[in-house]
Structures are given as structure tokens and as C-alpha cells.
Design a binder for this molecule. Structure first.
Ligand SMILES: Cc1ncc(COP(=O)(O)O)c(C=O)c1O
Length: 224
């Protein structure tokens, strides 16, 4: 394996524009190639390193040759069997009611807001939750209140001041926060929500699946 170059004085990009993103010339993994040089890579979103796994690449090539290029399927128009196969596998892995494959994790917040529709009245979001949650709920025109990071008492306080009588809360948090690796105090949130009829707790487990729980099914196998 080639040695990593980690000299912090080496600029990641030769671009004159300091806001330009580094151009990555290799699959994303623990190391990437930028400007022809190898770097240790602590960012990106290939969380389990599967984007460059040989089995995944081989299967993706075979599926592309067979079905053509398509990032997502429109269910009413028609859908390829590999999408249904993926959803069945996810369904069984997470032992849940149903799984839906989306084109990106970023779409998650908007899809959650649309799917839950009228099932809640006010959304309470951990102040450090990922942008997809804020953007998705804002686009849906939902009333959103933030609560202090990983703080069940803070959540209880905003629930008592910002939720009207007979209103149902939706509480949203990352299951594991990407920057710090901190876990959401899920059992404590469940206890706080106990008195609220119809309360919903929704976790973005983008950083928890494959990592948390005996099988890697994240909060589906722990306390939720
Ligand atoms: C907690 C969390 N949710 C969702 C996303 C969005 O996922 P994607 O990059 O696949 O769109 C990210 C990515 O940074 C994330 O950290």
C-alpha cells in the first residue's frame, strides 16, 4: 500500500478559489487521491467504505449492463427488480414494517416530513441534527422548534412551553452525531414522550447502521 501523505502544509487543491471542493480522483475510502497524491481521508459519506468494495462495484456494473443507468425508480411508472430486492433485504435486516430506497440520504428529511404528513403537529429537533432534517421540515412548512443538543430535560422544557393542548409532537435527532460520534439519549427521550399521546420519535441513523447494535441494525436492535 502506498504511504499516506499527511503533511498539513500541503494544499488539498491547486485551485485559486479557496472555497472550491477538493477534486477526488479515486474511489472514496480511508485514503483518496487528490492532485495525483494520496491523502488520509476523514470526511466524505462512504460511511462503511462500501462505495469502493469490489463486490458492490461488480454487482453495480452487472446491474448497469442489465438495466441501464438509473439512480432511482418512480414507482408509478415502473421499477427494476434490483430496487425491490434491495428494499426486501433492508426490510429484513432492519426488521421493520417497510423499507424505501431513496436517491440520497439528504432526501430523508423531506421524505420523512411528507410521509408523516398529518401524524404530528409540531416538530422538535435536536439543535445539532443534520441539515436534511431542517431543510426537509422547512420545505414541508412544518412548525419546528429546536431543543438543546442531547438534552432530555431541555426537550421536556420546550415540549411543555411550545406544544398546545392535544397537539402531537414529532421529535427528531441523529441516532449518532456525525462530527462527535455521540449517541442520542434515546431511552430518555422515550421516557420524556411517555405522557404525550400520539408522540413520534424519529432517528436519522445514517451514522449508526452498520455500527450500532449486535447486527448493525442500529436503533432497530437497541432501545427503540
Ligand atoms: C446524519 C446524516 N443524515 C443524512 C446525511 C445525508 O446523506 P447523503 O450524503 O447520503 O445525502 C448525512 C450526510 O452527511 C448525515 O450525516
Amino acid at each position: 500500500m502506498p504511504p499516506a501523505i499527511t503533511d498539513p502544509s500541503t494544499p488539498l487543491t491547486a485551485s485559486a478559489d479557496p472555497t472550491a471542493p477538493p477534486v477526488i480522483e479515486s474511489p472514496e475510502g480511508a485514503r483518496v487521491t487528490i492532485g495525483g497524491r494520496q491523502y488520509d481521508w476523514f470526511r466524505g459519506n462512504s460511511y462503511l467504505g462500501l462505495q469502493a468494495h469490489p463486490d458492490v462495484l461488480r454487482a453495480a456494473c452487472e446491474a448497469t449492463l442489465r438495466y441501464g443507468l438509473k439512480l432511482r425508480d418512480h414507482r408509478r411508472v415502473g421499477c427494476h427488480p434490483c430496487v425491490l430486492e434491495w428494499e426486501r433485504a433492508a426490510n429484513s435486516f432492519f426488521d421493520c414494517e417497510a423499507a424505501v430506497l431513496l436517491g440520497s440520504g439528504y432526501a430523508g428529511g423531506a421524505v420523512m416530513a411528507a410521509a408523516l404528513g398529518d401524524d404530528f403537529d409540531v416538530a422538535f429537533v435536536d439543535e445539532q441534527s443534520h441539515a436534511n432534517v431542517w431543510d426537509g421540515l422547512a420545505a414541508a412548512g412544518v412548525r419546528v422548534i429546536s431543543f438543546p443538543h442531547r438534552d432530555p430535560a431541555g426537550l421536556a422544557a420546550v415540549l411543555s412551553t411550545d406544544l398546545g393542548a392535544r397537539q402531537r409532537p414529532l421529535v427528531v435527532s441523529d441516532g449518532i452525531f456525525p462530527i462527535t460520534g455521540a449517541l442520542a439519549p434515546v431511552p430518555d427521550y422515550e421516557a420524556v414522550l411517555q405522557p404525550y399521546d400520539g408522540a413520534l420519535l424519529c432517528l436519522d441513523d445514517a451514522h449508526a447502521y452498520g455500527v450500532l447494535g449486535r447486527t448493525g441494525a442500529a436503533h432497530r436492535t437497541t432501545s427503540v
